[in-house]
Write a protein that binds this ligand. Structure first.
Ligand code: ADP
Ligand code: AMP
Length: 215
């Protein structure tokens, strides 16, 4: 099974992803997580990507395509994958479309999470992320049980550099210009399901599961 979580930064993709991937026994692939790890480890990829990420811009398609090609070869992708934050441009979507037949995969559903821009900004500026496992929390909407400590692995929580207000505004613009066209792209292919991302986290999860049960 191959699923894509589409939506603007802060829509709740990462929050929903792990549970869906576990339920369907498919790999969870977040290009943002892969890139942040590369930056932290100061690899060649990380050094190239950082300049774009710090500014809230997209990393060049060539780099992202290489990440995906390599990642889809991993054994945990044998049953498929759930993409979070990929594809983010029409070029990336076309690459994926062309690469899938050789891998005996096809896209089953694109889940588009919709949230108003003002709410997105509040979500992103209040987001806190685990430095060990990447789990996502919110100071107000989804606080951890113990302040600044991850409920899942006990890691320290931190604020992503690109979640500061100035960068968040740039990321919103980048989303509108480069990623939003993918809604129409997948609608035309009959693959799109739209989800109201303004509901409580559990409600969003339920709505996603309802859609996937009918596949
Ligand atoms: P994305 O992966 O789409 O960028 P996240 O899943 O990291 O977004 O969510 C962004 C922020 O919004 C996080 O702080 C998260 O805790 C919070 N959040 C996620 N879903 C909801 C929701 N349904 N209602 C309120 N806050 C949410
Ligand atoms: P995310 O964790 O999905 O919010 O991504 C954080 C940052 O990583 C983005 O602002 C981009 O700079 C970069 N990034 C993640 N995924 C992609 C992608 N598919 N294409 C280009 N850049 C990406």
């Amino acid at each position: 099974m191959l699923l894509i979580l589409l939506g603007p930064p802060g829509a709740g993709k990462g929050t929903q992803a792990e549970e869906i991937a576990n339920e369907y026994d498919i790999a969870y692939i977040s290009t943002g997580d892969i890139l942040r790890k590369a930056v932290k480890e100061n690899t060649e990829l990380g050094r190239k990507a950082r300049q774009y990420m710090d500014k809230g811009q997209l990393v060049p398609d060539e780099l992202v395509v290489e990440i995906i090609k390599a990642r889809l070869m991993d054994p945990d992708c044998k049953n498929g994958a759930l993409f979070d934050g990929f594809p983010r441009t029409v070029e990336q979507a076309l690459f994926l479309e062309n690469a899938l037949p050789d891998l005996n995969l096809k896209i089953d559903r694109v889940l588009s999470l919709e949230v108003e821009e003002d709410d997105l900004i509040e979500r992103l500026t209040g987001r806190r992320v685990c430095s060990d496992c990447g789990a996502s929390y919110h100071l107000k909407f989804n606080p951890p049980e113990v302040r600044n400590v991850c409920d899942i692995c006990g890691g320290d929580l931190y604020q992503r550099d690109d979640d500061r207000l100035e960068t968040v505004q740039e990321r919103m613009e980048v989303y509108k210009k480069q990623t939003e066209p993918l809604i129409e792209f997948y609608q035309k292919r009959g693959l799109l399901s739209t989800i109201d991302g303004n509901q409580e986290i559990n409600e969003v999860q339920k709505q996603i599961k309802n859609i996937l049960e009918k596949l």
